[in-house]
Design a protein around this ligand. Structure first.
Ligand code: SF4
Length: 321
């Protein structure tokens, strides 16, 4: 089977940076134990399992503040998605050692919200309800930030502030967001727009929109919890007019998807380890629909290969709070 490797794909710098911070913490005996991660460090189960094997405890659940209460002592790491100031304050009150792995692109949005609200603005924040990134961003100024996900959320808003700013989660579909922003501008013509979809997300989405149409199927390798991976599936379907599936790893690739296809495009989410994508590509390349012996999966994912190399050489960018 012909495989079209979509580029760019896979790890972004925010994800690599966050994982290196966890690795550095593991290798730093001066940090108090245990080490907790408040939420999944990135939305990928294999990465979480790889750190779990090294003794790092990932606390998973709906609210970062609630998760923090489970860390009774030791070191806590905030994930690439960012946390609200109240989470940082609570960690300090409880005497926990903190490493902040928030992606710089998310921090920029927090700074923007903080700055605009300080100048008297209300903020319309476009994002996914229940995702940790909006939770952190809204928490920067909970009385002045309004989370909307859909047009009906926008209809329900009744802001009378002359100063309104619009910003968004970094990993949304750039086309959906542009549409919703247009509607916000119709309702609030005075709104200032700050589109914060990160460059990594934009480039990966544009690559799928342009390249997946050359294939008759697109497989996005990524975790079901990964917003940016789900958006790549959506982009393939809506902008390349190509059927698309999300597969967490090679074992999740259903041979039935491949029957009758000659070319399959492959991409991966920003939190997907390249070794997992490589295993999917190798499987597809050897797949022959006339030979069922090629349909078996050989899961080559190995946790030791999932984490980035040589943490010792990484430039530390964690903020110790
Ligand atoms: S997807 Fe974008 S915002 Fe999220 S970690 Fe990567 S670079 Fe940062």
């Amino acid at each position: 089977m012909r495989v079209l490797r979509i580029t760019p794909r896979g790890y972004c710098y925010g994800v690599v940076g966050a994982m290196k911070i966890v690795q550095e913490a593991i290798n730093d005996p001066s940090l108090p134990r245990p080490i907790f991660i408040i939420g999944m460090i990135v939305h990928n189960r294999q990465v979480v399992d790889a750190f779990d094997d090294k003794g790092v405890i990932t606390l998973d659940g709906a609210s970062r503040l609630d998760l923090l209460e489970q860390a009774v002592c030791g070191t806590v790491i905030f994930t690439a998605h960012g946390v609200s100031p109240s989470v940082k304050r609570r960690a300090a009150e409880r005497g926990l050692r903190v490493l902040d792995a928030t992606c710089p692109d998310v921090t920029r949005t927090h700074d923007l919200i903080h700055d605009r609200v300080g100048k008297g603005y209300d903020i319309i924040y476009i994002g996914r309800k229940g995702h940790p990134e909006p939770e952190g961003a809204v928490g920067v100024a909970p009385d002045n930030v309004y989370l909307i996900e859909t047009e009906s959320d926008l209809h329900a808003l009744a802001l009378d502030n002359r100063h309104i700013a619009v910003t968004n989660q970094t990993t949304l579909s750039q086309w959906d967001t542009a549409e919703l922003i247009k509607k916000v501008k119709t309702k609030y013509p005075q709104a200032e727009i700050y589109n914060e979809i990160c460059m990594a997300t934009q480039l990966r989405q544009q690559a799928v929109a342009e390249q997946a149409r050359e294939a008759d199927l697109c497989i996005v390798v990524g975790d079901a919890r990964s917003n940016n991976s789900n958006r790549l599936v959506q982009v393939a379907k809506e902008f390349s007019d190509t059927p698309a599936y999300l597969a967490q790893n090679v074992v999740a690739v259903n041979p039935d998807w491949l029957i009758g296809r000659s070319t399959v495009a492959v991409t991966s989410g920003a939190s997907t380890p390249s070794v997992i994508t490589k295993a999917v590509i190798e499987y597809l390349e050897q797949f022959d629909e006339r030979d069922p012996t090629t349909w078996d999966h050989k899961d080559k994912d190995a946790h030791t290969r999932i984490l980035p190399k040589s943490p010792a050489s990484a430039i530390p960018r964690s903020v110790v709070l």
